[in-house]
Ligand binder design. Structure first.
Ligand SMILES: [Zn+2]
Length: 295
């Protein structure tokens, strides 16, 4: 196994650990019993240590966490409540931001940094930032808002599909992007998701079902290789309009793996608010080799 693949496996494992921690907080606070999960209830549970303030902070930040002795102060931007229609008090993006900031509060390394630096941390939440700490807080948020005990049975009922993933977003009060990430993290079927921006595969996740078949790393920072995906992307490469589509590719176009020519089904969806193209990648179990454990 090459160093770069080993490095990507470490990154994936660290991000999955952040999600498991978010899940654990939902469980120990008693919130993992029904959906949707309100992250402000977690702030209430921790009210001796952290307070939250929501306001329209325009374009300054999505969320901000700072340590103001003796409390952590969590600011969240409510501008999305005014911009986009939603059910309940806050738009899913606002909920996700609060959960993301809680990630910085609970994740030990992030908390230590905030206590030491005494500088506020500004966030751009929900799988748009490249910075590793932001991705880690995003994964914590996904675990907190979509706990494994509640979601896993639904995820593994049948092979993943865009309609099934979309149907679940309303119950959990989360965006399609967040649900797609969490779905892959909890899925036992061979599947993956990728995010494309600027014609390049930027980031993604691989299910345990794929990892067990030695398809363990998505090709990051590489141009789109699948001709069907490229054709869909080029139809409107600014990614400013909602679209869906589907096509086919092969494993070598998406993954670092010993298995290069296995067919993968590609489902595409454009998220105009973040100008991202999301791809759900699935493979038939029959086409994949038997699992091996020599890695
Ligand atoms: Zn952040």
């Amino acid at each position: 196994m090459s160093d770069s693949i080993r490095n990507r496996k470490i990154v994936a494992s660290t991000l999955n650990a952040a999600s498991r921690f978010g899940n654990e907080i939902a469980v120990v606070t008693g919130l993992a019993k029904s959906t949707p999960i309100d992250p402000l209830k977690v702030v209430e549970c921790e009210s001796h240590f952290i307070v939250a303030h929501g306001d329209n902070f325009a374009d300054a930040f999505d969320g901000r966490l700072e340590y103001d002795h003796p409390l952590f102060v969590l600011f969240y931007n409510t501008k999305y409540d005014h911009l986009w229609p939603h059910r309940g008090e806050h738009h899913p993006k606002v909920h996700f931001t609060i959960a993301h900031e809680l990630g910085h509060y609970f994740l030990e390394r992030h908390r230590r940094y905030l206590l030491k630096a005494r500088q506020p941390h500004n966030s751009e939440a929900e799988f748009v930032a490249d910075n590793f700490a932001e991705r880690e807080a995003d994964c914590f948020a996904a675990g907190l808002l979509m706990p494994e005990t509640l979601l896993r049975p639904r995820v593994n009922k049948r092979p993943p599909s865009i309609p099934a993933i979309r149907n679940a977003t309303g119950d959990y009060h989360v965006s399609f992007t967040s649900m797609l990430v969490r779905w892959i993290q909890l899925c036992d079927f061979p599947c993956a998701m990728a995010c494309v921006q600027g014609g390049n595969i930027k980031w993604g996740f691989i299910s345990e079902g794929f990892a067990q078949k030695r398809i363990f790393a998505l090709k990051r920072a590489t141009p789109l290789g699948s001709s069907d995906a490229l054709e869909f992307y080029r139809q409107e490469s600014a990614l400013k309009a909602y679209r869906e589509g589907s096509g086919w590719g092969i494993t070598s176009q998406w993954f670092d793996s010993d298995h290069k020519g296995i067919e993968v089904n590609e489902s595409y969806l454009v998220v105009p608010s973040t100008q991202q193209m999301l791809i759900l990648l699935t493979a038939s179990e029959d086409d994949l080799p038997e699992a091996s454990d020599d890695d």
